[in-house]
Design a protein around this ligand. Structure first.
Ligand code: ADP
Length: 328
């Protein structure tokens, strides 16, 4: 089954008398405003000679959402991110940012991209590096000073500001790479495998950085192979296979599409009733059903301390959805 990407919009009710200062318009009391999605990709096609990397991809990210982009190697994840940021020219399709056709100035002012391979100059210091990138995106001198300090703090590299990049650890380089991508305070951040090859402590630091960014309202499109990362961090996922969207939706929607329960309860049975030694299992369809399912077992004589609650992982959902559908 292929689920097409859905076009959703956020609708907000404007408080009485509120003025849309950006457009100089007074908005009538109770008016409904429809906010376009941060990113709307429609029917994107990219061919490299005979090879089709993207075969008509639709993808939507709402303002402030954190979406994962997952799929096996060669699925088209990097090509998709590079198309959005303008490093790849798609053959067909459209990309809109906040309802406007994307262009280089929107990319420069409102989007950040942290590529898979750190794009760093090894002989510059951390601070020089950030300063160089802020010049590239056109920030003036005074803004640059603030933004470089902001990025140093954000990447937790304040104490390494004057060290050459070549002396930083792998995890620090990754943080610097992401720091460069947020110099323009982007409203959309594109991340290509931000934690691949990074040790667990640096990974936790990166997750923390991204969480803070998201709390500030930045929408994130996050390509990763780490399905645990998707589960901890993301609201929704798009599963790509062979350049197509195989599935997309909230993690909950995807679990339902896979036909899997929210939890499996494992218990040893009631030995007072002559239960055998085998473990018994009960499926719990949704999270709100969990307390009732446990109470039911308890009422049937099962000691609650012997019940093991196993949540369905996103990894299990992913495997159920894509196994046999894509080459890896
Ligand atoms: P992913 O990021 O999911 O691993 P990619 O976007 O890197 O996938 O690649 C998608 C497909 O496009 C693959 O078959 C890959 O070999 C091909 N591809 C990617 N970049 C190029 C390129 N510059 N030239 C030719 N083929 C490419």
């Amino acid at each position: 089954m292929i689920q097409r990407a859905r076009w959703m919009t956020l609708t907000t009710t404007v408080p009485p008398g509120m003025i849309d200062t950006a457009n100089g318009l007074r908005i009538a009391k109770g008016t409904h405003l429809t906010q376009p999605p941060t990113l709307a990709i429609n029917n994107l096609v990219k061919r490299y000679n005979q090879r089709t990397a993207l075969a008509g991809v639709d993808l939507t990210i709402e303002a402030g959402a954190w979406n994962a982009l997952v799929g096996p190697n060669g699925a088209g994840k990097t090509t998709l991110l590079r198309s959005v940021i303008g490093l790849v020219n798609p053959n067909e399709g459209s990309i809109q940012f906040e309802g406007r056709q994307i262009d280089p100035s929107i990319r420069r002012s409102s989007m950040g991209y942290a590529p898979q391979d750190n794009a760093l100059y090894e002989t510059l210091t951390t601070k020089e590096h950030l300063d160089y990138f802020s010049k590239l995106i056109g920030l003036d001198r005074a803004t640059r000073r603030n933004r470089v300090q902001e990025a140093l703090d954000f990447a937790q590299l304040g104490d390494r500001a004057d060290d050459q990049v070549q002396g930083l650890s792998g995890g620090m380089k990754r943080r610097l790479n992401i720091g460069c991508a947020v110099l323009n305070r982007p409203r959309l951040l594109l991340l290509d495998e931000p934690t691949t090859g990074v040790d667990p402590l640096s990974r936790a630091a990166i997750w923390e950085m991204l969480r803070r960014l998201r709390e500030g309202g930045t929408a994130i499109l996050h390509a990763t192979h780490r399905l645990d990362e998707v589960e901890f961090l993301c609201d929704a996922a798009t599963i790509l296979g062979s350049g197509r969207v195989l599935y997309e939706g909230s993690l909950e929607d995807l679990r339902r599409a896979a036909g899997l329960p929210a939890y499996v309860l494992q218990h040893p049975g009631d030995h007072n009733q002559g239960a055998d030694d085998a473990l018994h299992t009960v499926d719990v369809p949704t999270t709100p059903d969990l307390p009732a399912a446990i109470e039911k077992l308890q009422a049937a004589g099962i000691d609650p301390s012997t019940i093991v609650v196993q949540p369905t992982s996103f990894e299990t959902v992913f495997q159920e959805l894509v196994s046999g559908k894509v080459e890896s």
